[in-house]
Design a binder for this molecule. Structure first.
Ligand code: F3S
Length: 398
């Protein structure tokens, strides 16, 4: 891979340990994937923030980098393992909280914004069309590539961090227009009526296209929240972190539907629900906000919970970013949700909080949330927001 004089100096250690280490990672990646050069990036999203996933070895690595490492571009963080302010309310133990805070301290020292959300595009890290970025949260990567038309590979936590210290990333994969063309035409004839149907659609498309780029037709109307849910699901279940949706996503205009074609109809959506939903009735955990809930979703939750009470046998979380929670505070949604017995889980989520063994069954609107909850040994139910709220109130899935 070609390096400029300045990049060679960084590789030689002239800008210190963190930059040298980062250049080594980026050059190794570039050589593996055949990149010709590094490309400037506008922003970074760093995943791998939860102490639950990092452990002591990860914390030690971050502390080493934090000694002299400072990010060169706007850099935001993925969810951590706990709400950084109200972790006690969510049942997180003292030792975990202490370690998680050390992780956050290391990121803060590096100059990273302690945003702790998987929807950075809702809180100020919003790339523009065609901009190169280095993001490492699969749902956000898919949103940035597809809905915005920015360009990023699905980075790992260390390679995203390396890009942040250098301000560049190797130019390969989805940074190149030639690799962004669709491979498969997906015609959607299914009727999508609830929010969770978009997670089910993502399941169907991801499973069927497997590591290809779908060109999707048949969608005439979709909201930002539905797209964010679809992005999380489609990449979790198999596709590359890029899709084109005719008439909706900006790059779809550049392409024609490929010859290879699959059709997703109502029976596929039904089968997705059957595959995602386990055979269970009791619900002891409800989590809404995967990806992190927008202010619009929080308003809908508050509206559905008004004058109702969550079952004493059920824990109810709204996972969101702190800025969304602050808006919810001002609009009075927080009061309604908390009076009903719900809790806000800011900065964290159902996949990265240490939940294994705490709950038996989760109800959620999110297909991705179900996928990761199974890794936490929970039985899963995916349904509409109304069904999830009803499950929270009654403690039963009906
Ligand atoms: Fe976000 Fe966690 Fe879901 S990172 S997409 S809320 S699994």
């Amino acid at each position: 891979m070609y390096l400029t004089k300045n990049e060679e100096r960084m590789l030689d250690g002239e800008e210190g340990y963190a930059v040298k280490k980062s250049m080594e990672i980026l050059v190794a990646l570039g050589n593996i994937y055949g990149a010709e050069k590094l490309v400037k990036i506008g922003s970074v999203q760093v995943a791998g923030v939860s102490y639950h996933n990092l452990g002591d070895a990860g914390l030690e690595y971050l502390n080493e980098l934090a000694k002299d490492g400072k990010v060169k571009v706007l850099t935001t963080l993925n969810p951590a393992g706990m709400d950084l302010e109200n972790w006690r309310k969510l049942g997180i133990d003292e030792e975990f909280a202490r370690k998680q805070n050390l992780v956050i301290d290391a990121f803060r020292k590096m100059g990273i914004i302690i945003s702790c959300t998987c929807t950075p595009y809702l809180i100020g890290n919003l790339p523009i069309y065609g901009e190169h970025i280095a993001w490492s949260e699969s749902s956000a990567v898919t949103f940035a590539n597809s809905v915005i038309g920015a360009k990023t590979n699905r980075e790992g936590g260390p390679s995203a961090l390396a890009a942040a210290f250098v301000g560049k990333t190797p130019c390969y994969g989805l940074h190149l227009d030639t690799n962004r063309a669709p491979d498969t035409h997906v015609e959607v004839t299914a009727k999508l009526t609830t929010f969770s149907d978009w997670g089910a659609l993502g399941y169907c498309v991801g499973k069927q296209v497997q590591n290809k780029i779908p060109y999707i037709t048949g969608i005439n109307d979709v909201s930002l929240d539905e797209l964010k849910s679809f992005c999380a699901s489609v990449v979790t279940f198999g596709s590359k972190p890029l899709f084109h949706m005719k008439g909706i996503t900006p790059e779809s205009e550049k392409h024609q539907p490929p010859k290879e074609k699959i059709v997703i109809d109502d029976s596929d959506i039904r089968e997705a629900y059957e595959a995602i939903n386990d055979d269970t009735e009791d619900i002891d955990f409800v989590c809404i906000g995967c990806p992190h809930a927008s202010i619009k979703e929080i308003a809908e939750i508050a509206n559905l919970l008004k004058n109702r009470k969550i079952s004493p046998n059920t824990e109810f979380w709204v996972a969101t970013s702190r800025p969304m929670k602050q808006l919810a505070d001002k609009r009075g949604y927080t009061r309604i949700i908390e009076e009903a017995g719900g809790k806000f889980a800011c900065d964290t989520c159902m996949a990265v909080a240490p939940l294994k063994g705490r709950f038996r069954t989760v109800a959620t609107t999110s297909a991705k949330g179900c996928y990761y909850s199974r890794h936490n040994n929970m039985l899963t139910k995916m349904g509409s927001l109304e069904e999830c709220i009803n499950a929270g109130v009654s403690g039963k899935w009906s």
